[in-house]
Design a protein around this ligand. Structure first.
Ligand code: AMP
Length: 120
């Protein structure tokens, strides 16, 4: 996206739009997805508004690693660390709708993987 207006997720980070915030630190925030595709559906979002994964650069190496570690941490906190999936949609044709990088963390509540893959 070419305009410089804050992304939806930046507006959530700035508390301009409400969301269920599960975790945050100086580099990222974790929220519940508003339209969950699985019983557990969290979004791990960097504060830095990298539009797509392919827009990340060498400068983003540490933050990308951090996002993965946080995904594992919040999965553990949610009690689904034995069975969860990570999804990153890159580009509109791959289903990306919010152009601010985010990791989908998807799991069933009992740790099995019997959840809908209809969208993701
Ligand atoms: P993607 O399609 O990969 O770009 O994922 C964007 C995700 O953001 C979708 O799963 C949406 O359900 C989710 N989403 C959109 N608006 C909100 C919101 N206000 N709060 C939480 N999640 C949202």
């Amino acid at each position: 996206m070419s305009d410089n207006s804050p992304t939806l997720f930046t507006r959530i980070i700035n508390r301009e739009i409400p969301a269920e915030i599960l975790y945050e630190d100086d580099q990222c925030i974790v929220i519940n997805d508003i339209a969950p595709q699985a019983p557990v559906h969290m979004l791990v979002i960097p504060r830095k508004p990298i539009p797509r994964l392919v827009d990340a650069t060498e400068q983003d190496r540490a933050i990308l690693g951090h996002l993965l570690l946080v995904a594992g941490d919040v999965a553990r906190t949610a009690g689904v660390d034995e069975a969860f999936r990570l999804v990153v949609n890159n580009g509109a044709d791959a289903g990306q709708t919010v152009f601010h990088l985010h990791l989908h963390v998807l799991a069933s509540k009992d740790g099995t993987q019997h959840f809908s893959e209809a969208k993701l």
